[in-house]
Ligand binder design. Structure first.
Ligand code: PEP
Ligand code: MG
Length: 913
């Protein structure tokens, strides 16, 4: 026979999967000898049977009855007995935290008789009837399914009749009347009476808690938090204790350390003469926990001792709920407490200092998302700021500036010392100077991998995109958001961590950590700054020691490269060369595209060559001694030409005025029309460009080779690698490689400097992944371009879908997180696995990395570690996050190995990964 019910004394915290967090921790406290009101827990397994079959396990009812009998014997009272009733609470408790998402029924055991026993003394009469009417109401809605608003309406009716402004002014006759009317309502609506049998009440409450696992709120929450749907909830049944019996009673919450800052001490709130629910709901003002020392010194001292015992036992910050009933302290709940990112680092490192945990264990207590949060300035908000628009939080941080609507204006104003926010419907390569000049970028279209988002994240710039309520009118130079019109020059605050645009200049707090990273990881002298930075410093050092994955950066300027290096990057995994073709170099690119003959084209390429060489020389210098993976030009060439509509309008206008259009405009328009593509992301780009535009690859490779020669002659240690984008078949790579080798040999012969530049490829198309074994014959290294690989595997246009319908997809649970944000392990991940295995089988020792956005995403870093990549590459700002997560991933692997060696099985954590 299966065991579906455990007494608190039989469980322990290692039984979280079966008893839920609450049940397991109550059991643990009971075993530690702390004063816990006795009770028992119905397992998640019983719930799973109920959810799967619609019926509880057959033996459950008897098991509950037996455990109730034990509880009654211990209390010396029967559940709901008429003179002095035992009452119980029935609460949900899953193995993962789902605060307030499921149901609770309190005061089970009250009926028409026991209410009299509970209220036998005059002072308790009101309390007893109030408890009874609450039970009938809670039971009626939760267990019997009556619409809660009907109870509210009935209650309001009585209050109005008796001129009672709120619940607390209702007297005993009022409460009796209300209870009766609630019972009538239940009978009328369900055809069944409110059960007077306490055992029946208990059974109904347990089943209702089971059923609440699939309530709408709970389902939605699980989807958002990526909690598996089949875990089920446990149910704890516990003797009620009352904090609302008078001045020597009360309820409170306590933390063993400050959950906001991590500082040691006793933190919490206390509410005299109140039940726990009143503390949490905030209906009455609490007093600081320290005041309990004066109000009830004995209970305070005991609480203090219990808290110390719990922290030592759990080796972590504990969060506690307690009640004092008539001067007697009861511990109602404990769990390892939630905390801010700053506190997470602070507490983990303090506990390591105190010898409670090792510094390696401290690494397991923090995460990259927390570190990222600490790296961005944040608003010091009061919560009263006016939100004028909402969008997708695409690049975190906080920024304030005057709104501008085009790149040129952004550059002009920023040049004059003004802080600006660039607002566009969407951004293109043309907006780059404006993005550099702006503090933040706001777009009304596009998702987390739109141009705006990717570029902003790369620069560590705040970005909110896809703010659909924002309509930009470039003509009147304003944007509207709902009924609000915001003219150019208006100051707004952009919160990239929450995806909000706020009115006016909200004050900001700077990140001490970014200064620390910018100093190359040197600690600040100022003690206050040091307190904030030291825990991160120590834990990150540990991560670096533990990790197997290298961390490189995506960077394409010497400045970014230098910064990435200071942030701990071990090279550049992706240097996108397209950004070097913009700005004042654009006319040269246009000339190359418009060239009518080989001579014209060679002249244009020849003019670009020294500029590219200088770019590469600077980057190789900044990354001296470390690998720099330079990618050949990737985007379609028409991205470097003026906008098609703009050109058409300009030439048409000139024609309409009777003037001959500017011949350059006519030529450009013809070129734009010729190159126009319906699906440019699937068109003439990547390696395809290199194969059809004569001279382009040769120019770029020559620039790289000559930069290497320059750096070598200057005594440097340049380590350039050449990467070919968007390869589909090995033939493409073979052809480009022949060209690369030809140029490298030529430069080597010309200069007398031996050149060793490995040539590799991006794997960013499904075909490339599936034929990786063939491709590896020609490639010295692979780098997964997971942005394009996700786009082409799913058939999702990366620039469009996130804003267009991803929110609906997320709501409907099609996927729990955007596959552009966190790698889709099942689909895209499978391609990655295949390519790694087949690539390495063909070429043992093949270097493999990833340079898509996923390279800096915490969860994805764990995947890349697991599949055996050599490195991840991400924007400079995410380098510390990737370092930390790579360390954590290594730790997890060694933990798994330890479990495997011990012959055990890792318990599923309950999270969908
Ligand atoms: C990718 O596709 O993942 C990649 C890194 O290339 P890009 O984003 O420049 O297309
Ligand atoms: Mg790509």
């Amino acid at each position: 026979m299966s065991t579906y019910v455990y007494d608190f004394a039989e469980g322990g915290r290692d039984m979280v999967g079966l008893l839920g967090n609450k049940g397991a921790n109550l059991a643990e406290m009971t075993r530690m000898g702390l004063p816990v009101p006795p009770g028992f827990t119905v397992t998640t397994e019983a719930c799973r049977v109920f959810l799967a079959s619609g019926e509880p396990p057959t033996e459950l009812r008897d098991q509950i009855r037996d455990h109730l009998a034990v509880l009654e014997r211990g209390a010396g009272r029967r559940l709901g007995q008429a003179d002095d009733p035992l009452l119980v609470s029935v609460r949900s408790g899953a193995s993962v935290s789902m605060p307030g998402m499921m149901e609770t029924v309190l005061d089970v055991g009250l009926n028409d008789y026991s209410v009299l026993g509970l209220g036998k003394t005059h002072e308790r009469e009101r309390f007893a009837w109030d408890s009874y009417r609450r039970l009938v109401q809670m039971y009626g809605t939760t267990v019997m399914g009556v619409d809660g608003s009907l109870f509210e309406a009935s209650l309001t009716g009585v209050k109005e009749q008796h001129h009672a402004p709120d619940d607390s002014t209702l007297d005993v006759p009022d409460l009796i009347r209300i209870t009766e009317s609630f019972k009538d309502l239940i009978l009328e609506r369900t055809g069944r009476a409110f059960p007077q049998d306490p055992a029946e009440q208990l059974w109904g409450a347990v089943l209702a808690v089971f059923a609440s696992w699939n309530g709408e709120r709970a389902r939605l929450y699980r989807r958002r938090e990526r909690i598996a749907d089949d875990l089920g909830t446990a149910v704890t049944v516990q003797r009620m204790v009352f904090g609302n019996l008078g001045p020597d009673s009360g309820s409170g919450v306590a933390f063993t350390r400050d959950p906001a800052t991590g500082r040691p001490g006793v933190y919490g709130d206390y509410l005299p003469s109140a039940q726990g629910e009143d503390v949490v709901s905030g209906v009455r003002n609490t007093v600081p926990l320290q005041e309990l020392a004066t109000l009830d010194p004995t209970s305070f001292t005991q609480l203090h001792e219990h808290m110390a015992a719990l922290e030592t036992h759990y080796r972590d910050l504990c969060d506690i709920e307690f009640t004092i009933e008539g001067g007697r302290l009861w511990m109602l709940q404990t769990r390892v407490g939630k905390r801010t990112a700053q506190a997470a680092f602070g507490i983990a490192s303090q506990l390591a200092d105190e010898g409670v945990i090792t510094i390696r264990q401290a690494l397991g207590r923090v995460d990259g998302a927390g570190l990222a949060q600490l790296m961005f300035p944040r608003f010091d908000t009061t919560g009263t700021d006016t939100v004028i628009a909402r969008g997708i939080p695409a690049s975190p941080g906080a920024a304030v500036g005057a709104v501008v609507f085009d790149s040129a204006e952004a550059v002009r104003r920023a040049g004059a010392g003004e802080k600006v926010v660039l607002v566009r419907n969407e951004t293109t390569a043309d907006d780059l100077p404006g993005m550099v000049a702006a503090q933040a970028v706001l777009t009304s279209h596009g998702g987390k991998t739109s141009h705006a988002a990717v570029v902003a994240r790369g620069m560590g710039k705040v970005c909110v995109c896809g703010a659909e309520g924002v309509v930009v009118d470039g003509r009147t130079r304003c944007f509207t958001a709902g009924r609000l019109t915001v003219p150019e020059g208006t100051v707004v605050s952009v919160d990239g961590s929450r995806g909000l645009v706020l009115r006016g200049a909200v004050p900001m707090v700077d990140s001490e950590l970014v200064h620390y990273f910018d100093r190359g990881g040197r600690l600040p002298d100022d003690p206050a700054a040091q307190e904030a930075v030291l825990p991160v410093h120590r834990i990150l050092q540990e991560a670096d020691a533990a990790r197997r994955l290298e961390v490189r950066a995506n960077a394409d300027t010497p400045q970014d490269a230098a910064r990435a290096r200071r942030f701990g990057a071990q090279g550049i995994g992706l240097c996108r060369t397209e950004h070097m073709f913009l700005g004042d170099r654009r006319p040269l690119v246009e000339a190359m595209i418009l060239a009518e003959g080989a001579a014209d084209r060679d002249a244009a390429l020849g003019a670009l060559l020294p500029l590219q060489r200088a770019d590469f020389t600077g980057i190789l210098k900044a990354m001296d001694g470390l690998p720099v993976t330079i990618r050949l030009l990737d985007p379609p060439l028409h991205e470097f030409l003026p906008d098609r509509t703009e050109l058409a309008v300009r030439t048409a206008r000139q024609e309409a005025l009777g003037a001959a259009p500017d011949p350059r405009d006519t030529a450009l328009l013809a070129a734009v029309n010729r190159m126009h593509e319906e699906n440019p992301m699937l068109g003439l780009r990547g390696v395809r460009l290199g194969l059809v535009v004569p001279g382009l690859v040769a120019m770029q490779v020559r620039a790289v080779a000559e930069a290497v020669v320059t750096r070598s002659r200057a005594g440097g240690d340049p380590r350039a690698e050449i990467m070919v984008p968007l390869v589909d078949t090995v033939e493409e790579l073979r052809l480009v490689k022949q060209e690369v080798d030809r140029v490298l040999t030529a430069v080597s012969t010309e200069t007398g400097v031996a050149l060793e530049c490995p040539v590799g490829t991006m794997i960013e198309l499904p075909r490339a992944a599936l034929t990786a074994g063939r491709i590896a014959e020609e490639a010295r290294f692979f780098s997964f371009g997971t942005n394009d690989l996700t786009q082409t595997t799913w058939g999702f246009s990366r620039d469009d879908v996130e804003a267009a319908f991803f929110s609906a997809y997320l709501d409907k649970g099609v996927f729990p997180v955007s596959p552009f944000e966190t790698i889709d392990r099942e689909g895209v991940g499978r391609l990655v696995r295949i390519a790694v295995a087949e690539g390495r089988a063909a070429r043992p020792g093949l270097q493999i990395g990833v340079c898509g956005e996923h390279g800096g995403d915490p969860s994805s870093v764990h995947f890349f570690h697991d599949v055996g990549l050599d490195y991840v590459s991400c924007s400079p700002f995410r380098v510390p996050v990737a370092r930390l997560e790579a360390g954590r991933a290594a730790l997890e692997t060694s933990g798994r190995e330890a479990v495997d060696h011990a012959g055990g099985r890792a318990v599923p954590a309950g999270r969908v990964r």
